[in-house]
Design a protein around this ligand. Structure first.
Ligand code: F6R
Length: 236
């Protein structure tokens, strides 16, 4: 594991974008696993800037996102599909048909999960997975549990996650309580993992996740077993 500490969020974003753009330059048809939330916003901004300068080409890239709220369609401004379109996809030359986010409105959510995993497998797996980390140690929406859940599945969000994510909604009541998330197999089978976390309030969970015991009570701790993971942490 490589653990990089920087002082500012801007540096974190530039370094993460550097690693992602190197991946796409070396393998133009990369399958990128992407995340939403506050952490990757600066990384996506930087990638857009470099795309505009002609330094990075997304035309052959495929993306698979980690998760989506159940019940929100891609047109809903709080959905993760909408977030990805607005924060990255609309600004670069990626083919939207090659961007995948779990369908939170699928009638058969279990079937959607199976199809999502089968699709990732058919793509040849994820070349590089970008992750954030929740205060309770969740990755994707894999919340603390008695077991590591392997496949893409529906999950009930924990109260602390609902609270943390309510900052994107008008109030806490509007935050969906269910989400569909990639499971641990697709994440752990990614060839490379890049986890970004910013702010002193994330330091404690990073320490537990990467230097404590491996336990499903801290889902991110499973990443200690990954052979190629880079963590970038900014104090700011
Ligand atoms: C989002 C996701 C989540 C976030 C985590 C941290 O797609 O997978 O695991 O990465 O909740 O969120 P932020 O970055 O907002 O602190």
């Amino acid at each position: 594991m490589k653990f990089i500490t920087v002082d500012t969020y801007e540096k974190l974003s530039r370094q993460a974008a550097n690693i992602i753009s190197a991946q796409v330059i070396i393998k133009p048809d990369s399958v990128l696993g992407l995340a939403t939330g506050s952490s990757p916003v600066g990384t996506y901004k930087q990638l857009i800037e470099w795309y505009r300068k002609g330094d990075i080409d997304f035309s052959r890239v495929t993306t698979v996102n980690l998760d989506e709220y159940v019940g929100l369609s891609g047109k809903d401004e709080q959905s993760y599909r909408y977030f990805m379109n607005k924060n990255l996809f609309e600004h670069v030359n990626i083919d939207l048909a090659n961007t995948f986010v779990p369908n939170g409105c699928a009638v058969d959510l279990a079937g959607e999960g199976e199809q999502y995993d089968a699709h990732i497998k058919a793509l040849g797996g994820i070349d590089m997975q970008l992750l954030g980390i929740g205060h309770d140690g969740h990755i994707g929406f894999n919340e603390p549990d008695d077991v590591f859940v392997k496949s893409t599945h529906v999950v009930e969000l924990h109260e602390s996650t609902v609270k943390a994510n309510s900052r994107f909604f008008a109030n806490e009541q509007e935050v969906p309580r269910l989400a569909i998330t990639m499971g641990m197999v697709s994440i752990m089978q990614a060839k490379k993992i890049l986890l970004i976390a910013s702010g002193k309030q994330k330091r404690d969970i990073l320490e537990k996740a990467f230097y404590g015991p491996i336990t499903p009570r801290i889902p991110a701790s499973i990443l200690q077993l990954h052979p190629d993971i880079t963590v970038i942490y900014s104090e700011e």
